[in-house]
Design a protein around this ligand. Structure first.
Ligand code: SF4
Ligand code: SF4
Length: 391
């Protein structure tokens, strides 16, 4: 058992330039060896739940989602080691939920993959849940898919992506939010609208589910206005550790972001849930300093220096805006809005900004990126462009 207080968290950073099955298996084998060997991770007949990040219905290889070949490579290696696997997810969106997760699993190729592997695929929106109490001022109980709580080993498999809402990247910790079924995810945004409050819920959820392994898909990543409206970027790595927080720390530093500026890292480290900085990590494999990506594009509402951020935060606010020319009137954003701030009027989706809490759930779920975060003040964009584009 990892003792985070006494030992450094071991993280493997291993090169992998493509999604060929043999490339992925080779990189994974190296990574598992670097963190202690697959036999220390997988025990025969243990129930193993793989939790990829299948955020939205997009074809295999889209940077919003964990690549299905990585899930396949992990599943086959773990099956060979005697593990008893299942794959589970509740995608973003959701009321949507009942159909949206199913659609995301189908279009991403994960449903077919599970069938070919003969592995149960659990749509968390439709599966039994257990309500767990948490010690959090905004949420007293949180529903978690029962299969997560009953697994011997939960593996969080995030995609490396930027995130426009309050934290700079989304990774192994935030991926646990998809263990909470359905639209309640949007309700938590409503109850805790500010990022610090909202991510305190994510921290407490993470503390409950505590995945014992994290495998980050950073072969390609999403840069810019992630986690859904950014652009694909070749990165070329897998990041693996038994400490998911440490995986997010390495991921942040890899794309040139100071790990302590990522809210999930900070909150989890303060709560003793993982290593929140490089000094607490035994990094094996690639030399991080030599592979840092210096021009990785961060969300456009982020500013590099926290002090400058404090000074300009009021100028650099964003709001969701709908491009009516490409909007398909599918109503997914309306169904996903925790405040019912979106309605359809005269063949147009309309946002009530008096009600909107800027959670950007609508932007996350829009299947055609018609709903995007936009600057509220032109001056804010100007200030932000001048003083920063990165932390
Ligand atoms: S309209 Fe506002 S409150 Fe509703 S989902 Fe979009 S950002 Fe969140
Ligand atoms: S903005 Fe996007 S999610 Fe909302 S109705 Fe239009 S296409 Fe659908």
């Amino acid at each position: 058992m990892l003792n985070l207080k006494e030992t450094k968290s071991i993280v493997a950073l291993v090169g992998c330039s493509d999604y060929k099955l043999e490339s992925l298996k080779k990189a994974l084998s190296i990574a598992f060896d670097l963190i202690g060997g697959i036999k220390t991770i997988v025990k025969p007949n243990h129930k193993i739940l793989l939790k990829p990040n299948i955020m939205m219905p997009k074809p295999p290889g889209h940077p919003a989602n964990t690549h299905p070949n990585l899930i396949k490579a992990v599943a086959e290696l773990f099956q060979e080691a005697g593990g008893n696997l299942s794959i589970g997810e509740s995608s973003a969106g959701s009321l949507a939920g009942l159909t949206f997760t199913a659609k995301a699993l189908s279009q991403s190729g994960v449903a077919d993959l599970a069938k070919s592997l003969n592995v149960p695929l659990i749509n968390f929106d439709l599966a039994p849940v257990i309500n767990k109490k948490i010690d959090n001022p905004y949420v007293a109980t949180i529903p978690i898919a029962r299969s997560v709580l009953e697994a011997d080993l939960v593996v969080t498999m995030p995609k490396l992506k930027t995130h426009t809402y309050g934290t700079i990247i989304t990774g192994a910790v935030k991926n646990c939010y998809g263990m909470v079924p359905g639209q309640i995810k949007a309700e938590f945004h409503r109850r805790a609208p500010e990022p610090k409050k909202f991510f305190s819920i994510i921290r407490d959820l993470f503390g409950l589910v505590r995945p014992k392994l994290a495998i980050m898909d950073a072969v390609t990543a999403m840069e810019g206005d992630g986690p859904s409206a950014g652009h694909e970027r070749q990165v070329g790595f897998l990041i693996v550790s038994q400490d998911p927080v440490a995986v997010d720390v390495v991921a942040a530093e890899l794309i040139g972001v100071s790990a302590r500026n990522v809210l999930t890292n900070k909150l989890c480290a303060e709560a003793g849930l993982g290593a929140g900085e490089l000094d607490s990590i035994d990094l094996r494999g690639e030399n991080l300093r030599e592979v840092i990506i210096k021009d990785f594009k961060l969300p456009t509402n982020k500013i590099r220096n926290p002090l400058i951020y404090q000074l300009t935060i009021n100028l650099t606010k964003k709001k969701p805006e709908i491009n009516h020319k490409i909007c398909k009137l599918c109503n997914i954003c309306k169904d996903s809005c925790p405040l019912q701030a979106i309605s359809q009027k005269n063949e147009k989706m309309v946002i009530d900004y008096e009600v909107c809490i800027r959670c950007f759930c609508c932007s996350e779920v829009c299947p055609v990126q018609a709903c995007r975060p936009k600057w509220e003040h032109l001056l804010g964009e100007l200030v932000s462009r001048i003083i920063s584009s990165r932390w």
